[in-house]
Design a protein around this ligand. Structure first.
Ligand code: ADP
Ligand code: ZN
Length: 209
């Protein structure tokens, strides 16, 4: 199965991706994780992307599209992918359609994790991540990752000003994709304001997994 995850920052795309991977072994591709890895490693891509990311702005489409073309070359994508954070603009969605057509791999669903923006600011400013394994937790986890004992930290872009900008960018650039996928009859919507396990149960039912 090839699935696009839609939903604003903090909707729970990463959390639900982890659950899908654990249960079904899909290949999870998070553009945010790839970009953070590139920044940490100090690659050319990372140097170009960092300023946009810290401000909560989108990294330019051509950089993202090239990055994803390269990612789809890898054999682990053949079994099916969960795309988390891509596409984020209509230009990227069109590029994904032609990439998948070229690879003869259909898109099965665009899954919208729907949450109220009011909930998001609180969720994101209290979010913490593991530096080692990428586990997504909360300020209540303290300084140590419950999964691997790595160091928990706050993402540079999870401060309140940047979160508000990310929400604006989402509304302006990414929300239009909801209609894009509704138009091609691929849109499936789950209520993301529930407990993560309940959201996951609903997702399995909606996708027939
Ligand atoms: P979130 O969904 O929580 O906002 P992500 O981890 O998906 O965060 O992305 C973090 C940042 O990486 C974004 O704010 C943006 O700067 C950049 N980014 C990630 N994916 C894309 C994309 N498809 N197009 C442009 N920029 C992206
Ligand atoms: Zn960890």
């Amino acid at each position: 199965m090839n699935i696009v995850l839609l939903g604003g920052p903090g909707a729970g795309k990463g959390t639900q991706s982890d659950k899908l991977v654990d249960a079904f072994g899909f290949c999870h591709i998070s553009t945010g994780d790839i970009l953070r890895g590139a920044v940490k490693a100090g690659t050319e891509l990372g140097k170009k992307a960092k300023g946009y990311m810290d401000a909560g702005d989108l990294v330019p489409d051509d950089l993202i599209i090239d990055m994803m073309k390269e990612r789809f070359q890898q054999p682990d994508t053949a079994e099916g992918v969960i795309l988390d954070g891509f596409p984020r603009t209509t230009v990227q969605a069109v590029a994904l359609d032609s990439l998948l057509a070229e690879l003869e791999r259909p898109l099965d669903a665009a899954l919208l994790i729907d949450v109220d923006p009011e909930v998001i600011v609180a969720r994101l400013t209290s979010r913490r991540m593991c530096r080692e394994c990428g586990y997504i937790g909360n300020v209540s986890d303290g300084d140590t990752c419950p999964k691997c004992a790595g160091e928990m930290y706050q993402r540079d872009d999870d401060n309140e000003d940047t979160v508000r900008n990310r929400l604006d960018v989402y509304a302006k650039s990414t929300a239009p994709l909801i209609d894009y996928y509704r138009g091609s009859d691929l849109l499936v919507t789950v209520n993301g304001c529930q407990e993560p396990d309940k959201v996951f149960a609903d997702i399995k039912e909606l996708l027939g997994l």
